[in-house]
Design a protein. Structure first.
Length: 361
């Protein structure tokens, strides 16, 4: 992609570089495709990924929260992003948030040669007029078919490209002692503890399961942690639900689970599902766009969203049938390798970037 006449410098803009699927994607793109560019920059409020960005030689610019509606903050952000682009001779900006796309849409009025790529990580039904304005003259990428349909039907984007998210996790056969000391069926849930993930319905489902030989382990943190922990106490489920918090050893956790569950209410493309499939585990998941293009009846079990009883029934089915778990898990691993593998994810983005920068020379 590089050439002697023109430097190609990329800036990724994310709301944070903390816990979250989109943030992980930003880190993966900026680090594993850094050789495609002369310099790689990330702008965000910062977070857990910052030290790793620095270790990869990627420059992080700390900015105000791009989701802020304060007029003074909006003006400061516009000026800050303008200075980052100008000072670092940025030729391509890749935004990962709707408001980030809005700022670049405005800055392209000053610098029309700036190439703008936007990745839609979720389905949005609100603020569509602003969304439509923000994506004008941008190259749009959807993380899945549901997101792509949202861009086409609701935002009016005619030529968006689908690139499925891929995740890379270290290879390990190890397990987590805290999980393995439980002798029964170990059910895992990897999720941000937020309303989107539907964890209240999952806890209700666990309360409907009488089998004491099953325990739910929740990996993740978020704004609803205290509320969810209180719910577990109120339902007397302390012996059936364990909160493990934010973990670095995700692979080891997945290795320790018999199968996993996702109770999300909406998704762009669920990375926790891809992580499970990558490590050869099947899953019970809600039948929603963004999940049902990954989880099928051949590799898992789908249930209606917000239906604790259906969720409980599906969990019990997998918990009591090891042959079914093995068959679904085998297909899950195969589907991951054919459609959602990390090398495929990187290659698709590499080709996308190369085409854009080649066309802009």
């Amino acid at each position: 992609m590089r050439n002697e006449k023109r430097k190609n410098n990329i800036l990724h803009i994310s709301r944070t570089m903390d816990i979250g699927g989109a943030e992980r994607i930003v880190y993966q793109l900026s680090s594993d495709l850094k050789d495609e560019f002369d310099s790689v920059h990330v702008a965000s409020t910062g977070g857990l990924w910052e030290p790793k960005l620095e270790a990869q030689g990627i420059i992080h610019h700390k900015i105000h929260d791009i989701d802020s509606k304060n007029p003074l903050t909006v003006l400061k952000l516009l000026l800050t992003i303008y200075q980052i682009i100008k000072t670092n001779d940025i030729t391509l900006v890749h935004t990962h948030h709707r408001m980030a796309a809005f700022y670049i849409r405005l800055l392209k009025l000053i610098n029309p040669k700036l190439v703008h790529v936007y990745t839609a990580h979720n389905v949005f039904k609100d603020k569509l007029s602003l969304y439509r304005f923000s994506l004008k003259n941008a190259y749009s990428i959807a993380v899945g078919q549901a997101v792509n349909q949202n861009l086409k039907d609701d935002v009016g984007v005619a030529d968006s490209t689908v690139i499925y998210n891929g995740v890379i996790l270290k290879q390990s056969n190890r397990q987590v002692d805290e999980i393995m000391k439980f002798d029964g069926i170990k059910l895992g849930c990897i999720a941000r503890l937020s309303e989107q993930k539907g964890l209240t319905y999952l806890i209700d489902a666990i309360s409907l399961i009488s089998d004491e030989n099953l325990r739910l382990f929740i990996v993740g943190d978020g704004e609803l942690r205290a509320e969810l922990e209180n719910k577990v106490k109120e339902l007397n489920l302390e012996d059936k639900v364990t909160f493990l918090g934010y973990r670095q050893d995700i692979v080891e956790c997945i290795n320790s689970f018999d199968f996993l569950v996702s109770s999300s209410l909406f998704e762009g493309l669920a990375l926790n599902v891809i992580e499970a499939f990558m490590n050869g585990k099947t899953m019970v998941a809600t039948d929603i766009p963004g999940i049902n293009e990954v989880v099928t009846k051949e590799n898992g079990i789908l249930v209606p969203a917000k239906d604790a009883r259906a969720l409980a029934s599906a969990i019990e089915s997998l918990a009591t049938d090891s042959t079914l778990r093995t068959r679904l898990a085998h297909q899950a691993k195969k589907d991951y390798e054919e459609k959602f593998s990390y090398p495929l994810f990187l290659e698709n983005y590499r080709k996308f970037y190369q085409k854009l920068m080649g066309d802009s020379k």
